[in-house]
Design a protein around this ligand. Structure first.
Ligand code: ZN
Ligand code: ZN
Length: 331
């Protein structure tokens, strides 16, 4: 009985500290096993350092995004604000930050497992060092494939998470924030953190196993993932008004896309691209209309301000010519 309740303690929702336990246990076993695989370039210490950088990177971006948009530029972006509140609740931010931190540790543990312990021979054989060997176009293609495969894994994992039993048990944690902030980005139940990490690493390993790859695509994909994901939870729209009207660009999701997911819970499941939502007809029908309406409000407010400025100019009291002083004629 004690074992069962202990197990429930670990897998029950809203347990930030159990996320950290899972992460540390995973890390410990990964490091112990990795010790038996000394062939990894740079060893465990380097892999650990690189993945630990991701934790620091995430917090730098989350804090920077929060300070820039919620504090410094709130007035400038007032018409692009998606969140309905001036400030998020303090408890919300603290809880999100703890969960996001725990998630980063779990990502680190899974990365150690998959990249150090399971890193297959074939993947090592496909590695090349000099970008000029295959050219920049090829480099960009490999990076795009990693993003697309990760988006595919994310979309299907995420849709699965919205199946009611899994939603109630696992994904509800992420949806506690209806008005997300950059700290919501990795606010996951520990089981979801593990699945997310596995999905991402499968995307990366698929490329590493099947085509020549440059060692920088991993860290660049990771940084892009953190930035795009944080924008999706920013609470402000930072993409331009014409974004969804330009053929290729329109395929990239905006901040509004994921914000609508948090507001309405069902629909808009993808992370980077609209592709899977459009193919599976899960994109909200009014996504573009809402996007346009937001910018129309911004234009309207600008027009109003301009009119007010001009009206103020027009009705300003004109400098009055001094009346000639009538000097009484001397009689
Ligand atoms: Zn969701
Ligand atoms: Zn989210």
């Amino acid at each position: 009985m004690k074992i069962l309740s202990g197990l429930w303690e670990i897998i029950s929702p809203n347990r930030a500290r159990t996320s950290v336990w899972i992460a540390f246990a995973g890390l410990l076993v990964a490091v112990l096993l990795a010790d038996a695989h000394p062939w990894m370039d740079g060893g465990v210490a380097e892999t650990f350092a690189v993945t630990f950088d991701d934790i620091v990177e995430y917090f730098i971006f989350a804090i920077a995004f929060f300070i820039v948009f919620w504090v410094a530029l709130d007035k400038v972006f007032q018409h692009r604000k998606l969140s309905r509140h001036r400030w998020p609740k303090r408890e919300q931010v603290i809880s999100e930050a703890i969960f996001s931190m725990a998630t980063q540790f779990i990502f680190l543990a899974v990365a150690m497992w998959m990249m150090v312990v399971l890193f297959p021979e074939q993947a090592r054989a496909n590695r090349y060092e000099d970008v000029s060997e295959y050219g920049w176009a090829y480099y960009a293609l490999t990076l795009f494939i990693v993003f697309f495969l990760h988006d595919t894994a994310f979309y299907w994992f995420h849709r699965m998470m919205h199946w009611p039993p899994l939603y109630r048990w696992i994904h509800k944690t992420h949806h506690e924030s209806r008005d997300p902030t950059p700290f919501t980005t990795f606010h996951f139940h520990p089981i979801e953190s593990i699945l997310e990490a596995v999905g991402g690493k499968i995307a990366l390993l698929t490329v590493m196993l099947t085509m020549p790859w440059h060692p920088s695509i991993g860290p660049i994909w990771m940084m892009g993932m953190i930035i795009f994901n944080s924008i999706g939870h920013l609470g402000y729209e930072i993409y331009p008004s014409w974004w969804h009207k330009v053929p290729l660009l329109s395929n990239k999701t905006t901040a509004m896309h994921h914000y609508m997911h948090h507001q309405r819970v069902r629909g808009n499941y993808a992370l980077y691209f609209r592709f899977w939502d459009l193919v599976c007809k899960t994109e909200f029908k009014d996504y573009e209309a809402r996007y346009d309406a937001m910018f129309e409000r911004e234009r309207e407010a600008k027009r109003k301000r301009k009119e007010e400025r001009e009206a103020a100019k027009g009705s300003a009291p004109q400098p009055v010519e001094p009346e000639p002083t009538s000097v009484p004629l001397a009689e």
